[in-house]
Design a protein around this ligand. Sequence first.
Ligand SMILES: CC(C)(COP(=O)(O)OP(=O)(O)OC[C@H]1O[C@@H](n2cnc3c(N)ncnc32)[C@H](O)[C@@H]1O)[C@@H](O)C(=O)NCCC(=O)NCCS
Ligand SMILES: Nc1ncnc2c1ncn2[C@@H]1O[C@H](COP(=O)(O)OP(=O)(O)OP(=O)(O)O)[C@@H](O)[C@H]1O
Length: 221
Amino acid sequence: MGRLSRIIALTGGIGSGKTAVSDHFARLGVPVIDTDVIARELGKAGAAGTEAVAAWLGREYLTADGAIDRARLRARVFGDAEAKRQLDQLFHPLIQRQVEQDLAAVAPDHSYCLLVVPLLFETGTYVAIADRILVVDCDPDIQISRVQARSGLDIAQIQAIMSHQIDRDSRRRRADDLIDGNQPLEKVQQRVAELHEFYLSWAGDRNAVQDSQSAAPDLSN
Ligand SMILES: CC(C)(COP(=O)(O)OP(=O)(O)OC[C@H]1O[C@@H](n2cnc3c(N)ncnc32)[C@H](O)[C@@H]1O)[C@@H](O)C(=O)NCCC(=O)NCCS
Ligand SMILES: Nc1ncnc2c1ncn2[C@@H]1O[C@H](COP(=O)(O)OP(=O)(O)OP(=O)(O)O)[C@@H](O)[C@H]1O
């Protein structure tokens, strides 16, 4: 049977720099599967997530072109625990199905792939399949100012989203590897390049052990 690539799960709070980090891994040739990207695909016109939201909240939660109205949905769910729970219940199984398909499609000549999961610890779904956990760690003030600059959300809205995410210390404690997201982009990219070298040799070693075990002669008869 073919060997599967090792999975490095990348997580971090909103605006911590996950996309900046995963973009650099992608530039280095690493396959990247990102649950935020999948969630956005599921929210396009006619997609399964969009239809589920329309059935749940009505078509007024869609834009004129039939996609999910993200601003309206955001305003609805992040101040209402029950609505947030329902959204998670609708989306997470759909995201999970796509992640399984994407993981199965990673070419075996990649010794590892990057699975980006903002809610890695909050949902728990992907912890067991992660061979290592990489956390981008960032000061909350910097997270807020970056998200503000990018999206124009106000501080209260950003804090409401952050209040649904695990706290910084708990996230850091569960990391195998850390990236300091407070550093300038150039330093972050340097750290990604170092981690890439490390992961290649780490995954290579582990795969070599697995290959030697599966190639071991059967001495039972
Ligand atoms: C509610 C939605 C429409 C708001 O859209 P918006 O453009 O503001 O956010 P976007 O999708 O770009 O996500 C940005 C960040 O918000 C945070 N976030 C998104 N969804 C959630 C959630 N359900 N719970 C907590 N934080 C979340 C994450 O840090 C994420 O990286 C959108 O986030 C969504 O569809 N969420 C459900 C899908 C989901 O659970 N995604 C997380 C994948 S693990
Ligand atoms: N180290 C950095 N230095 C300066 N700016 C950065 C750095 N990392 C990310 N940014 C910028 O901050 C913003 C948020 O970064 P990014 O989108 O990578 O975060 P994210 O964790 O993926 O966000 P989200 O959780 O909202 O999806 C972007 O505009 C990005 O260009």
